[in-house]
Design a protein around this ligand. Structure first.
Ligand SMILES: C[S@@+](CC[C@H](N)C(=O)[O-])C[C@H]1O[C@@H](n2cnc3c(N)ncnc32)[C@H](O)[C@@H]1O
Length: 197
């Protein structure tokens, strides 16, 4: 399992959702085993090649999810690593100065939605069909205390893993699950599902 999935289990330890921990783990393993992806070894190698800056920071600038580091990062190696995880459908991201060439301007969609959603401050948020997690970061920016996402597309888990590996741990997490895998738990304060139905 990717370490990024463990982060989900760590976060739910602190929340009433921990009752469902075993169920989430079993469902995750089932989903991973039932449809292994042929490019997983290649994507794992990309994760291993990523730099390990000591004090990376997550920032937001005009809808761009950015990572910053005081340390110099080799832009060419990073560009190649991120390119090997293409296609990046959702963005924009800027990772230590390297712009990720995303297919969609998800910031435009968020800007349209933002006036119509309640205040996310302190809320536990779920994003069903979260893609690579772009909106999970925007939900944290909006003050969510945790932002959980589920999405079955394996590449998106690797993209999210890459982003999480490059920055300090935050309260965003993703599992490779389908909507039907979720327990009836009445836990989340706000649930998003955008562009899935
Ligand atoms: C068109 S994309 C939308 C992504 C993002 N929510 C957005 O608004 O940009 C649809 C996403 O839903 C995911 N998806 C499809 N069926 C799903 C299901 N049953 N449960 C959860 N996610 C699903 C896909 O993997 C894909 O990432």
């Amino acid at each position: 399992m990717l370490p990024v999935f463990d982060r989900f289990f760590e976060l739910i330890e602190e929340e009433p959702l921990h009752r469902f921990q075993r169920m989430f783990k079993t469902q995750t393993l089932n989903r991973l085993n039932e449809r292994p992806h042929g490019r997983e070894d290649e994507w794992q190698a990309v994760l291993k090649s990523l730099p390990n800056p000591t004090e990376p920071e997550l920032r937001f600038r005009s809808g761009v999810v950015e990572l910053h580091s005081a340390e110099a990062i080799n832009p060419q190696a990073l560009t190649e690593a991120l390119a090997a995880l293409r296609p990046w459908r959702k963005g924009p991201f800027n990772i230590f100065g390297v712009e990720v060439d995303a297919e969609w301007r998800s910031d435009w969609k968020w800007a349209r939605l933002a006036p119509h959603i309640g205040n996310l401050a302190g809320r536990a948020v779920l994003d069903i069909g979260c893609g690579n997690g772009y909106y999970l970061y925007r939900m944290l920016e909006a003050g969510a205390r945790c932002a959980f996402g589920i999405d079955p597309t394996r590449l998106f888990s690797f993209q999210f893993q890459a982003l999480q590996q490059l920055q300090p741990q935050n309260a965003a997490a993703l599992l490779p699950l389908l909507d039907e895998d979720l327990p009836d738990c009445a836990f989340f304060d706000t649930v998003f599902s955008m562009g899935v139905l």
